[in-house]
Design a protein around this ligand. Structure first.
Ligand code: 5AD
Ligand code: SF4
Length: 509
């Protein structure tokens, strides 16, 4: 498979993951739902909101679709292949419906939004079509569908952030969680369907974000990833009801950018700082940053707080100025390079990753070489790499011809992947002999005798359990002695729960 999507944001291992109930709840309707999710982390976070709404209405959850009364598929439209995967899943669910006519099948998310009621014509046995901003109406839509009507709600909203709904965590590891801080995107990159499927950008109430992160910490979680399509443009105004909130005034007063003041808008840098202050034991990550929006304020805040991870996902998409312009990315190659330099100046050991698209409309060999050249300059630790897939309705589909042959797109992708593998390996080799503070997420995939965790730079680190009494969620200091392309391998040398001790330890190592 050429399309590499093995990331935590778009985690290939999680595609099609079914919801697993992690808490007991009031199961009063006698009906069970099954939900399966595709696409990016935002979609997985949305499925947790949907689960919360349905459980609140007395639905039970199941991981076995054959015993469900309601099957929901939370879909992704970003590339054609993502849509094909969903269609073949629907095929299987339809077969089940033939033997169990009372079964309701619902399509949620980006494909629902993109295709709207067309979905009902194309996929005859689908009963519900619900867009990403309409999940609150699910209980009513389910009732309509139970009454035999086809139920569709694909209205996009300028306000909906589901701020007041506590997501029910899909029980992954109990250590790391995603927290959605904004929805939608205003950027209009010409290749991208997201602004059409997820609507206008809006920021979630900062107080509810901090409360959610605090609750996660109190439940034992040790890492939160603040999620949005473009987190650096997070901007939220407190209203008169919450202007006296301690957090808002505290955050504003601490802000390096604004100088503070009650009731001022909360920026991403301020939000990041406030979440970091919950506890030094709670790691904070964020994604995704747009190169045009990431500010020095954010970089300085990352530097100031040990628990804000030294890792930035900064998608470049292409290294050619001509292609960047056609993509409507609003920055040049030179601007992007200066951002990379700035990150390395302020946070010298920062992990940096990227998204890259090969074979965008009119891309020439020179454009492609520019991309390879920029990758070498940036020395990415990791990249998510795709070949261009034209999406109906996007600016590129309307304006430009998808004229690079598929074979060429894939060959270029292959070259990009090979270069990235080389860069990742080089980056990992440099880590041999160093010691990293690792947050333990669980057993290693290969052996229950080894722990698996991550460094602040987001690298996966595996080390033997033997000789230490760690549990999931602990921090360990691990000295690296080997690596593969994607993993660092080491030995624990010491454990501590107090991050400040790290300074002393690293000074003596
Ligand atoms: N074709 C290929 N890749 C795409 N992406 C977004 N739209 C497309 C498309 N039409 C990639 C971009 C983006 C990531 C989430 O998916 O690299 O950053
Ligand atoms: Fe799509 Fe660009 Fe918005 Fe990312 S920033 S979601 S690529 S339009």
């Amino acid at each position: 498979m050429l399309e590499l999507t093995n990331t935590r944001l778009h985690d290939e291992d999680r595609q099609g993951e079914a919801f697993s109930p992690s808490v007991d709840h009031n199961y009063t309707t006698g009906k069970k739902f099954y939900i399966e999710s595709y696409g990016c982390a935002m979609n997985f976070a949305d499925s947790e909101i949907v689960a919360s709404i349905l459980q609140g209405k007395g639905f039970g959850a199941t991981r076995n679709f054959e015993e469900a009364d309601l099957v929901l598929v939370n879909t992704c439209s970003i590339r054609e292949k993502a849509e094909q995967t969903v269609r073949s899943r629907l095929h299987i669910f339809r077969q089940l419906k033939r033997s169990k006519p009372s079964l309701l099948i619902g399509v949620l998310g980006c494909m629902a939004e993109r295709l709207k009621s067309k979905f009902l014509e194309e996929e005859k046995l689908v009963d519900l079509v619900v867009g990403p901003d309409a999940y609150r109406t699910l209980p009513v839509l389910i009732e309509e569908a139970e009454g035999g009507q086809k139920a569709v709600n694909v209205l996009l909203s300028r306000e909906e952030t589901y701020a007041d709904i506590s997501p029910i965590r899909i029980d992954s590891n109990g250590v790391t969680a995603f927290v959605s801080i904004m929805r939608g995107c205003n950027n209009m990159c010409s290749f991208c369907v997201v602004p059409f499927t997820r609507g206008r950008e809006r920021s979630r109430d900062a107080i509810s974000i901090v409360k959610e992160c605090e609750a996660l910490y109190n439940e034992g979680y040790r890492e939160v990833t603040l999620l949005g399509q473009n987190v650096d443009s997070y901007y939220w105004y407190p209203n008169s009801d919450n202007v006296d909130n301690e957090f808002i005034s505290g955050a504003a007063n601490n802000s390096p950018s604004t100088g503070g003041g009650r009731g001022e808008a909360v920026t991403f840098a301020m939000l990041l700082e406030t979440v970091a202050k919950i506890s030094p034991l709670l790691r904070v990550r964020f994604s995704t940053s747009h190169p045009k929006d990431i500010t020095d304020d954010v970089l300085h805040i990352i530097c100031r707080y040990e628990n804000i991870c030294n890792y930035i996902h900064l998608p470049v998409q292409s290294g050619s100025n001509r292609i960047l312009q056609l993509m409507n990315r609003t920055y040049t190659r030179e601007w992007y390079m200066s951002k990379i330099k700035r990150i390395r100046e302020i946070i010298p050991d920062c992990g940096i990753s990227s998204d890259i698209i090969t074979g965008f409309c009119t891309e020439t060999v020179e454009d492609h070489l520019d991309t390879l050249d920029l990758m070498k300059f940036a020395r990415y630790d990791m990249s998510y790499m795709f070949f261009y897939s034209e999406r109906p309705g996007t600016l590129a589909a309307k304006r430009y011809q998808d004229d690079v042959p598929e074979e060429t797109k894939k060959r270029r992708l292959d070259e990009v992947v090979k270069l990235q593998n080389k860069l990742s390996r080089e980056s990992n080799l440099k880590d041999i002999g160093k010691t990293f503070k690792v947050l333990i997420e669980g057993d290693s995939k290969r052996s229950a005798g080894d722990w698996r965790g991550r460094s602040t730079q987001n690298k996966v680190i595996v080390f033997p359990k033997k000789g230490f009494d760690f549990v999931k969620g602990d921090y360990a200091f691990v000295k690296i002695h080997d690596c593969t392309g994607a993993t660092l391998i080491g030995e624990a040398i010491i454990t501590t729960d107090a991050p400040m001790v790290e300074m002393e330890i690293s000074a003596t190592l």
